[in-house]
Design a protein around this ligand. Structure first.
Ligand code: SF4
Ligand code: FES
Length: 252
């Protein structure tokens, strides 16, 4: 937007509901404000809260696409409010909380419980091969393996991929993009002692990678552009390989 251009008047239709208040009824409220250069949805929401409705609930922490707190449905698509420029949206903007997660109020949801349950279910921590030895020399890892692990670790747990997933929307046990990405990160890690057969048990059931019906919205909406489809292919290759080995072992 140039300085000489006439500023747009933006119209926000925002979901409102407080599940803690028995008198609260789900509805939308409409707010209007004048667009300013480089306005993000986070800035617009902050202005609405400061000047029009101090009770409006939404989450944020970093304001720079790092903490993953500000994800919400923006005109029907999951996105980070702090990273979305209003200039990239039409004048009429609908904001809803992410589905799948427990609603705290208005646009604020509890992603933490979902991510904690996913981490416990998949035991998303290193299962060490060797007992801890403070005097041992640090183990070496190839650059390629380290880069692949760090790529998976770029997930900011915003929940956009989960919210965009048709299966996760009807089955809250499905690991979805974030969960499967987390599994792959530990599966790649040479310090983790779990065998492919053990990984098979984690990702092959109804909650895992073979339940994915391939709608691919997860990768489209991921604000960190994680290659989730490559992650699923990796998981399928590794776990199917384990299953074939187990079967051929039994046949011998
Ligand atoms: Fe967000 Fe991407 Fe991580 Fe999913 S994989 S939680 S969309 S950063
Ligand atoms: Fe941290 Fe948007 S406020 S990701």
């Amino acid at each position: 937007m140039s300085d000489t251009a006439t500023a747009r008047r933006l119209r926000f239709e925002i979901f409102r509901y407080n599940p803690e208040d028995e008198d609260s009824v789900p509805h939308t409220d409409v707010f209007e404000l004048e667009e300013t250069p480089f306005m993000t949805l986070y800035i617009a929401l902050s202005q609405i809260r400061e000047k029009q409705d101090p009770g409006l609930q939404f989450d944020f922490a970093c304001r720079s696409a790092i903490c993953g707190s500000c994800a919400m449905m923006v005109n029907g698509r999951p996105a980070l409010a702090c990273r979305t420029l209003t200039a990239d949206l039409p004048e009429s903007i609908q904001l809803y909380p992410l589905p799948t997660f427990k609603l705290i109020g208005d646009l604020s949801v509890d992603t933490g419980t979902w991510f904690r349950e996913m981490a416990e279910k998949t035991e998303a921590w290193i299962h060490e091969r060797l007992p801890f030895d403070p005097d041992a020399t640090e183990e070496r890892m190839s650059d390629d393996v380290a880069a692949a692990i760090y790529e998976g670790d770029r997930c900011i747990e915003c929940g956009c991929c989960v919210a965009s997933c048709g299966l996760a929307n009807v089955d809250d046990t499905f690991l979805a993009g974030a969960g499967l990405n987390r599994v792959a990160r530990f599966m790649m890690d040479p310090r983790d002692s779990r065998s492919d057969a053990e990984w098979f048990d984690i990702v092959a059931g109804d909650q895992g990678v073979f339940a994915c019906i391939g709608m691919m919205a997860c990768e489209d909406v991921c604000p960190k552009e994680l290659p989730l489809l490559e992650v699923y292919a990796y998981l399928r290759r590794r776990t199917l390989g384990a299953r074939f080995v187990a079967k051929s072992d039994r046949a011998v």
